[in-house]
Ligand binder design. Sequence first.
Ligand code: PGA
Length: 251
Amino acid sequence: MRKPFIAGNWKMNTDRAGAVDLAGGLVGRLKDVETVDMAVCPPHVYLDAVAKALNSSNIALGAQNVYFEPKGAFTGEISCKMLKDVCCTYVIIGHSERRHKIGETDELINKKISAAITSGLLPIFCVGELLEQREAGKTAQVVTEQIKEGLAGLSAEKVLAVTIAYEPVWAIGTGVNATPDQAQDVHAMIRELLADMYDNSLAGQMRIQYGGSAKPANTAELMACPDVDGLLVGGASLKADDFATMIKTVA
Ligand code: PGA
């Protein structure tokens, strides 16, 4: 059985005090949760402070991005080793905002995933179609390409470190989530693709999160889908009560 995994993506939000408060509030509310893997992904500059606030609790720390080179003259970038050094377990890679607002390519995302796994970080690898791609009936094609290129060259052993997050771009931050049927269709397609690329056993073990306007009111119905193994939560993860409610709903 795949253990549910709920992660909060704080994006470019909070300040130092707010990040520490939010993390502390989650620790208190979620201390008894054992049946769900949980993580929060604050901005890089607050990772260290949030790591201290999480204080070796059952909530893991993740980053929102990483660079693939180990060190050197890459102004403004952050290495896998640096993320490990501030106690990160997870790293979000290929988020749609990085693909579409910053211009990250599948090739760059592939290098980041590979470097993260080699360093012992667990990537949350985001894929998802734009509204016009869905309307043109290209969802499966777009997501398939993103996954094939993002995971290119990764052995089965390595790919098991990855959580895939299916995040339809039209659902992110819009308040309009994919329906459970829409999510389940794409998640099942992704699992079949993983079975083709690797094998059934690996596909059955890999966790696929849904992301895009996930909130307390739709958590139960999304998580009831057989191939939805967790959620990547943006806006609702910035409120301790909402995020804790979602996790407790799943637990
Ligand atoms: P949202 O963001 O929950 O605010 O839609 C999800 C994400 O971008 O990971």
